[in-house]
Ligand binder design. Structure first.
Ligand SMILES: Cc1cc2nc3c(=O)[nH]c(=O)nc-3n(C[C@H](O)[C@H](O)[C@H](O)COP(=O)(O)OP(=O)(O)OC[C@H]3O[C@@H](n4cnc5c(N)ncnc54)[C@H](O)[C@@H]3O)c2cc1C
Ligand code: FES
Length: 250
């Protein structure tokens, strides 16, 4: 993990309320799929955690939804040429074993962004079946990245684009045909709970990336602690954010 001052190359709205921020540094370290960065935002004492979406040599892209004051400031304050301080790479990331050939990815809301890093990392060596859920057509973005998957299903809550329903529902309809070796997921807690219930007893490993509130992002403050099903706790920033689905209380 290191702290870098990077140069902003682009910070633009790519769908309603969703921004793509690309920054670059000659000292950019290697980043694995599913890792995240802590971004410093001028005027805010706490950095904000954002998943890595694309890592391309010296360039790194994260995508974020406008949520509160921090992300609003991030969208308005940082334009091309500005300096931005980031801590990276953080967290364990997604890992796909050699023998796992068919990889299903299930994402909802801003949870689709770390899964794009999975598609980029594994599209050449694995069969990726992607189920990506959005609120409605206006929220759909990054389709050109998702289309690298072997199969892609876009799901919207209102049916305004693609499958009508959730990404979990779309995935479970295909489950018998696809027979994935492993499932990787990221999204809101109700989505992860629905996935946990639907996958119970199916004997396929499922890994989820959690998006807890964070303070430091490096394991020191314990703001991000979650409960483990076997008792005890884990720090989402340092021990995760990716966990086996049965390991954590959702
Ligand atoms: C590992 C990880 C990866 C994430 N990846 C993405 C991503 O790729 N795209 C994206 O849009 N969002 C992502 N988030 C959520 C993002 O961090 C929050 O939306 C953001 O911090 C909100 O900041 P704010 O100041 O706009 O909102 P406010 O609600 O004003 O934030 C107040 C405080 O709460 C924290 N906070 C609020 N919501 C969250 C949340 N869901 N997760 C963590 N901290 C939160 C903020 O960091 C801040 O300290 C990720 C979170 C984590 C933990
Ligand atoms: S955010 Fe500080 S320990 Fe995880």
């Amino acid at each position: 993990m290191r702290e870098l001052t990077a140069t902003v190359l682009e910070n633009k709205e790519i769908a309603k309320g969703i921004y793509s921020l690309t920054f670059a540094s000659e000292e950019m370290p290697a980043v694995r799929a599913g890792q995240f960065v802590m971004v410093e935002i001028d005027g805010f004492p706490l950095r904000r955690p954002i998943a890595v979406c694309k890592a391309e040599g010296e360039r790194l892209t994260v995508c974020y939804r406008l949520k509160g004051e921090g992300t609003r400031r991030l969208s308005s304050r940082y334009s091309r040429g500005e300096k931005i301080s980031v801590l990276l790479p953080l967290g364990n990331g997604f890992f796909v074993a050699e023998e796992e050939k068919k990889v299903a990815i299930v994402g909802g809301g801003v949870g689709i962004f770390p899964l794009i890093s999975v598609i980029r990392a594994y599209a050449e060596s694995k069969e990726i079946y992607a189920y990506m859920g959005f609120r409605d057509r206006a929220a759909v973005c990054m389709q050109y990245e998702m289309q690298r998957a072997k199969e892609l299903v876009i799901a919207t809550d209102d049916g305004s684009a693609g499958y009508r329903g959730t990404a979990v529902q779309a995935f479970m309809e295909d489950f018998g045909r696809v027979q994935p070796d492993v499932v990787l997921a990221c999204g809101p807690l109700p989505m992860l709970r629905a996935l946990k219930n639907a996958m119970a007893g199916r004997n396929v490993p499922v890994y989820v990336s959690l998006e807890e509130r964070m303070g430091c992002g490096v394991g020191a403050c314990l703001v991000c602690v979650c409960d483990l099903t076997g008792g005890g706790h884990a720090r989402v920033c340092k021990d995760g954010p990716v966990f086996e689905i049965g390991e954590v209380e959702l």
